[in-house]
Write a protein that binds this ligand. Structure first.
Ligand code: IDP
Ligand code: MG
Length: 150
């Protein structure tokens, strides 16, 4: 089963829409296997966003992601990396599909509420950056797993 790293970014936390984000992954019947409210340090932010170093928005991005706590999560499911990106919507909220989190709650790219890994290899890397092995709790069945039992 695939896993992905999802985060409610500082704007989502400050707006009080953590539950709204989580709800959308729950209703898809993905399985939550790790979650914590945490402050991202500049060091962690620079590792997480290493691919964007040197881009014009990089400094602002680091400031934004370290400006208030995030809710870091790991979700598990069938092709969850791709599925989660659809639930989140495109990077730019104004071109994201209506019904996606970013389209429904955001206006601008630099406050687009949610992060999700863009590939299975990114997911593995990001999960390793944000979570230790002992922070996972997966000894239960998600509704998807129950449904599969028939
Ligand atoms: P993603 O979050 O949809 O994967 P990325 O291209 O990986 O998008 O960019 C990471 C984050 O950097 C975005 O979610 C957004 O918050 C911010 N960002 C990306 N491009 C821009 C830009 O052109 N201006 C301002 N912020 C940007
Ligand atoms: Mg990205």
């Amino acid at each position: 089963m695939e896993r992905t790293f999802i985060a409610v970014k500082p704007d989502g936390v400050k707006r009080g829409i953590i539950g709204e984000v989580i709800k959308r992954f729950e209703q898809k019947t993905y399985k939550l296997v790790a979650m914590k409210l945490m402050q991202v340090t500049p060091e962690l932010a620079s590792k997480h966003y290493a691919e964007h170093i040197g881009k014009p928005f990089y400094e602002g991005l680091i400031e934004y992601i370290t400006s208030a706590p995030i809710v870091a999560m790991v979700w598990e499911g069938v092709d969850v990396v791709e599925g989660a990106r659809h639930i989140m919507g495109a990077t730019k909220p104004n071109t994201a599909d209506v019904g996606s989190i970013r389209a429904d709650f955001g206006q601008v790219m630099n406050m687009n509420i949610v992060h999700g890994s863009d590939s299975v290899s990114s997911a593995e890397r990001e999960i390793g950056l944000f979570f230790n092995e002992n922070e996972f709790c997966d000894n239960y069945k998600s509704m998807y797993e129950v449904l599969c039992e028939g």
